[in-house]
Design a protein. Structure first.
Length: 369
C-alpha cells in the first residue's frame, strides 16, 4: 500500500473530530455551533463523512485490483474485526472491572461481561452491555461510535452487488446516489419521517432508533467516493475544482439542500486533498494508520475520563482522552491491525484493465470508520 498521499492524516483528523464531538455528549453539554466547520454539521458527523468518502474510493480500488468476492470479504473482515474485537475486550474486561459500580463479583458473574466482546465483534454493533458501567455519566453507553461500522459493512456488500450487476459503471448510478442523498436529507426527502408517518416500525439498537437519514447520507458519501474512483478519467481530482466545490458547499450549508449536497460533493474535496495535493510530511502519521484505533477506543476512554476525574469540561475530556487513546491506537495498529493485514489473501496477478491502468501511487485498501 502506497503512503505517498494524505489519506492517513485525513482519517486521523476525522477520528479526532469524532472524539471532539463526543466529548460534549459524554460531558453532558451541547456541541456549540461549528462556526468554522465548512458543512455546518457537528464535527463528529463531518469526521464520519470523511471516513465514508475515502472508504468508497479505496474499497472500489481494492475491488478493481481483485474482483473476487471470497478474497474481498476476507480482506474486509481482516481490516475490521481484529481491532474491534480487541477494543471490545479491553472495554469489558479491563475498564469494566476497574470502573463498574456494581460489586465485582456480580460484574464477573454477569453473562453480558463475557458476551459483550464476541457478540459486538460478530454483529459489528453494541450488544447487551456489562452491568454498572458509566451509569452516573450524562450518557451511559459503552461505545456510541460503533453504530457506523454495520453501515460501513452494508456499503461493502452493496458495492459487490453494484459491481456484479454492472451498476457500478452504469450512468444510472450517479443520479441514484443523488436520490439516496435527497431521501436522507431531513429537509428534503426525510426518509426517517416518511417511514414514521407510514407507521413502519423503525429498527432500534440499545433502545435508540437507528438513524435512517444518516445511514442514507453516509451511503451516498460512500458511493460518491466509489464513483470518483470508477469515473476517475471523467472526474479527475483537481485542487481548483475542489476549492470551487467547497465554496459551493459553504454557501449551501444553511439551505434545505445542504445535507444532500455535502454527502454527494464533499468526498470530492476530501479525496482531492488526500490524493491530488502535495503530501504533508507528518512522519509516523503518514506511515501508520492510527485512525481506526482512535475511533474504536475514543468513546470508552472518554467515558472513563468523566468517571475518574468528574470533569464536565469537554475540552479537558478531549485532551485527556487523546493523551491515552493515541498511544492505544499505536499499539492496536502495530500489534493487532497491521499483523492482521499481512494475512490478507492476494490475487496472483492484476485481473482487470482498470486495475492494470491504476497508478502505483494509489493505495488499494482502507480502514473502516
Amino acid at each position: 500500500m502506497s503512503h505517498d498521499n494524505n489519506l492517513h492524516a485525513l482519517r486521523l483528523a476525522a477520528a479526532v473530530a469524532v472524539v471532539v464531538s463526543h466529548s460534549f455528549a459524554v460531558a453532558g453539554s451541547a456541541e456549540p455551533a461549528p462556526w468554522f466547520n465548512p458543512l455546518g454539521t457537528t464535527w463528529g458527523y463531518l469526521g464520519v463523512l470523511v471516513f465514508f468518502g475515502i472508504s468508497g474510493y479505496l474499497i472500489t480500488t481494492s475491488w478493481e485490483h481483485d474482483p473476487s468476492v471470497r478474497r474481498y470479504a476476507a480482506k474486509r473482515a481482516l481490516r475490521i474485526v481484529p481491532g474491534l474485537a480487541v477494543a471490545a475486550a479491553v472495554t469489558a474486561w479491563v475498564l469494566g472491572p476497574l470502573l463498574t459500580t456494581v460489586p465485582l463479583g456480580r460484574y464477573l458473574s454477569s453473562a453480558a461481561t463475557y458476551l459483550y466482546p464476541p457478540l459486538t465483534t460478530l454483529v459489528f454493533a453494541p450488544t447487551p452491555e456489562p452491568p454498572g458501567l458509566f451509569v452516573a455519566n450524562p450518557r451511559a453507553d459503552l461505545n456510541a461510535s460503533l453504530w457506523t461500522i454495520p453501515v460501513e459493512v452494508l456499503c461493502y456488500g452493496l458495492l459487490v452487488v453494484a459491481a456484479r450487476t454492472r451498476l457500478l459503471r452504469s450512468p444510472l448510478l450517479p443520479p441514484l446516489v443523488v436520490v439516496v442523498a435527497v431521501l436522507g436529507s431531513p429537509q428534503l426527502g426525510d426518509a426517517h419521517g416518511l417511514l414514521r408517518a407510514a407507521g413502519v416500525p423503525l429498527p432500534a439498537v440499545g433502545g435508540a432508533a437507528i438513524p435512517v437519514d444518516e445511514i442514507l447520507l453516509l451511503g451516498a458519501a460512500f458511493f460518491a467516493g466509489s464513483l470518483l474512483r470508477t469515473w476517475r478519467r471523467r472526474l479527475p481530482l483537481r485542487p481548483d475544482v475542489a476549492v470551487a466545490v467547497l465554496v459551493a458547499l459553504v454557501l449551501l450549508r444553511d439551505t434545505a439542500a445542504g445535507d444532500a449536497a455535502a454527502a454527494v460533493a464533499f468526498p470530492y474535496v476530501v479525496l482531492t486533498v488526500g490524493l491530488a495535493c502535495r503530501r504533508v510530511p507528518l512522519g509516523g502519521v503518514t506511515r501508520n494508520d492510527l485512525s481506526y484505533g482512535v475511533y474504536l477506543f475514543g468513546y470508552p476512554v472518554q467515558q472513563a475520563v468523566v468517571v475518574l476525574t468528574g470533569t464536565r469540561d469537554p475540552g479537558l475530556v478531549t485532551v485527556l482522552t487523546l493523551v491515552v487513546v493515541v498511544p492505544l491506537a499505536g499499539l492496536s495498529w502495530r500489534y493487532v491491525e497491521k499483523p492482521a493485514l499481512r494475512l490478507k489473501p492476494r490475487a496472483r496477478s492484476v485481473t482487470t484493465p482498470a486495475a492494470a491502468a491504476s497508478s502505483s501511487r494509489e493505495p488499494v485498501d482502507a480502514s473502516a470508520p
